[in-house]
Design a protein around this ligand. Structure first.
Ligand code: FMN
Length: 289
């Protein structure tokens, strides 16, 4: 498979490990890359992460609900780790967010100072206590503040749902080089014992159940002539899932929830299935040429 250009990086294959608890540790990120991930997105780095929330994950038959927010590791820790990734020329995308657009701009500039080459704005997490009412103005404010503080390529991570196309337009208008679709979406599970909501509320739902919804959203973006690079994300658990994302117009596919089961073995399987799919696609193109 020849290199794929995304966010200024040329990566070996279209499988990118998405942001989450598994990418909150330098050791995991290095090992995911050593095992062949095209790139890895860090857990979202935040100067002031909430510390008073009960952050948990709940496995469902069709995915996962999580009430986590941002990395609890201090910004200085991340700046050191990102510098060491940059020294080793590793394809790491720093996920960043902050309490205000101006603070995000400052953080983006600090990250650029480490030599890190790409950013993802993790601005669409719905697990903060107030919940998230995302809208184009908010997306534009965060994207344009980032653009005014850094020349780094960046993707804005958005959740599918109401007004997605307007939010994508706002990200592009704010200077984004790509969008990541999708963050986790609102989900709830009821406890059979208590009849109340598991984890105490509505939180981020991810995994196989969201894949058809995300595929549809990306397909619609392409149908409506959006040409912005798209990092597709939601429910990838096999090489076939990666191929499906590329088929609807994503440039690369991110994988996250699937890696909560046998992280490295699962990644290796997805990578080898992806290589096989690409090989057989190559063969069939040659056969019909
Ligand atoms: C436990 C957990 C933690 C996550 N943390 C983050 C995060 O810090 N920043 C972020 O942008 N997305 C985060 N996500 C969202 C994932 O990166 C991904 O967008 C979403 O789960 C959909 O993809 P998937 O179905 O392959 O997991 C998290 C997801 C889970 C399940």
């Amino acid at each position: 498979m020849s290199g794929i250009d995304i966010l200024g990086l040329t990566i070996d294959n279209p499988v990118v490990v998405g942001s989450g608890l598994l990418t909150d540790q330098e050791r995991n990120i290095r090992k995911l890359l050593a095992n062949g991930a095209g790139a890895v997105v860090t857990k979202t780095i935040h100067p002031n992460p909430p510390t008073d929330l009960d952050e948990r994950i709940l496995r469902l038959p069709v995915g996962m609900i999580n009430s986590t927010t941002y990395s609890k590791r201090p910004v200085d820790h991340w700046l050191n780790v990102l510098s060491s990734f940059a020294r080793d020329d590793l394809p790491v995308i720093a996920s960043v967010h902050a309490d205000s657009p101006a603070e995000l701009g400052v953080l983006a500039a600090q990250v650029q100072g480490t030599g890190c080459r790409a950013l993802e704005l993790g601005i669409s997490c719905l697990n903060e206590e107030t919940g998230l009412d995302d809208n184009p103005d908010r997306v534009f404010a965060y994207a344009s503040a980032t653009r005014s503080h850094t020349s780094l390529p960046f993707s804005v991570k958005l959740a599918i749902g109401e007004g997605l196309e307007d939010r994508v337009r706002a990200a592009i208008a704010g200077g984004a080089d790509a969008v990541t679709v999708s963050d986790s979406i609102s989900g709830a599970a009821v406890s059979a014992e208590t009849g109340t909501l598991e984890l105490g509320g509505v939180f981020g739902y991810s995994g196989p159940g969201i894949k058809p919804l995300v595929l549809a959203a990306i397909w619609r973006l392409r149908k409506h002539r959006f040409e912005v690079p798209v990092l597709g994300c939601g429910g990838v658990a096999s090489g076939r899932d990666v191929a499906d994302y590329l088929a609807v117009g994503a440039n690369v596919a991110q994988v996250y929830t699937a890696l909560h089961t046998d992280m490295f073995a699962t990644l290796e399987r997805i990578l080898s299935e992806t290589a096989e799919t690409a090989d057989s696609a190559g063969r069939s193109v040659q056969a019909t040429a």
